[in-house]
Design a protein around this ligand. Sequence first.
Ligand code: ADP
Ligand code: MG
Length: 254
Amino acid sequence: MSDLILDARGIVRRFGGVVAVDGADLSVRKGEIAGLIGPNGSGKSTMVNLVTGELAPHAGSFTFDGQDITRLGPGERTRRGMARSFQMLRLFRSLSVEDNLVLASHFRMQTGTLANVLRSPAAMAEERALRARARELLGWFDLADFAGRPVSAMSIGQQRMVELARGILAQPRLFVLDEPAAGLSPVNVDRLIAIIRRMRDEFGMSILLVEHDMRVVRELCDQVTVLDAGRVIAAGVPEAVVNDLAVVEAYIGS
Ligand code: ADP
Ligand code: MG
């Protein structure tokens, strides 16, 4: 059995004449945080969208836990245990923070309409368990006081944390995070680092982390892949990769 949760081989994606991803390999080991870094426009977000199935590759293949998922859409990839965070917030602003978390899980379970879900005794027990888990997670983020308040009462940074909590509640096997630290205050970046580490260490989640903030990458990533103009120019442990001459030049040149 492979120790890889995700294995991407020879991925190519073009937009018109632009080759956004140009034959890239990328893998994530089970229980590890794999970083994906590179200058602006190097193809990171395109790669994320290819991993999650929002975009189809022009060449190459993806396997998820040893199974070929190259032709599967995002819904099927989610059902197999992939989750992602969105840079754009996708929360119901007028609903409470806790309801946002619980609702997301109901939609994910797809056990029927929400009305049906709320009626059955089994579903009500599950609902109570979900609410308890949602509140526990909010505690991790120091957001317990916000559980009953509308999302609109939170700062953008706090809303980003709720997005993340929603992803964690789904208990994915691979969590794909595209620049989760972007726009966060230093205090919230520290919180984020602690939480992502906990996702790996306590929940055994595998994480693909696209990140601009090198401090976050150094503190969290077990291995890092560096893209430049859609190609992998380096891969390895963070200490080696950040000192790699080609990587330094790619960043200086950007
Ligand atoms: P990064 O996330 O590393 O900044 P992107 O993956 O967003 O890079 O972009 C890689 C390249 O692909 C850029 O040249 C960008 O302009 C181009 N690109 C990305 N998405 C699209 C799109 N939907 N249509 C056309 N070009 C795109
Ligand atoms: Mg991007």
